[in-house]
Ligand binder design. Sequence first.
Ligand code: 2AM
Ligand code: CA
Length: 276
Amino acid sequence: MTPSIPETDRDVANAPQTPDLWSLLDLATRAAQAGGIEIRRRLGNVTGVSTKSSDTDPVSDADRAGERAVVELIRRERPQDGLLGEEGSNEDGTTGLRWVIDPLDGTVNYLYGIPCFAVSIACEQVTDGRVYPLVGVVLDVTSQEVFTAVRGSGAHLDGKPLRATEPVGLQDALVATGFAYLPESRRRQALLLTELLPRIRDIRTRGSAALELCQVAAGRCDAYYEDELKVWDWAAGALIAQEAGATVTALGPDGVLAAGPGLHRDLAPLVAPTGT
Ligand code: 2AM
Ligand code: CA
């Protein structure tokens, strides 16, 4: 006889709604496209430029319009979810889901017309103070490449699976990094680089954390580290790199290190931020 399942263990009627990850990915992708349209429309004719944390940390009407477009679409389709955006969106929501939005990552490139800037959108589940990334989308606005990831289902570029490089020895590693906006942070970051650069193949710095993480996912770079970021810079890209097989960990309180597992082990002690 089949043992019966104790009724107290099962509550089908009141089971919490589990989100359909593919529909979240679909919404994230459409929201990124909507933001991208606003960003592209203003390219070459950027208005309303001001600075934020320092004189070299710009924001423009394009950043603000991009975030408005993204938020409008998400609010329309999932009005109860939380929101956190670089340009000020901040709502708690009631579903336990939170959308993390960088409407224009790589703002300096954008202002110079350098084709390396992106819309980055992640959707995360926040439960008991812990954050579980569910889906991530990074749209390279110029090339129109769409990098995506769904937790547990891999990372893709325009539908093709992505794989981070592995194994890569330290001396063969092409390592990407970026620099903070504050002068004292840059001095510290530059000093660290003087020790690292002689030990690796070379350094790349593209000015967009979101796209750097996608380059690692696509094997176009072996590693990326940067130690003064905000969650919207890396939330989507980190899931994309991780789902492509990279190890992605925190670097200090506000940074991230992403690389294939072996290279990650080698790099971690060399790129840990120092107190100076
Ligand atoms: P942004 O273009 O949206 O400003 C460049 O090093 C990368 O790091 C970019 O993704 C940039 O985002 C981000 N970045 C640099 N300094 C930052 C800071 N102090 N706070 C948040 N993001 C920063
Ligand atoms: Ca950013």
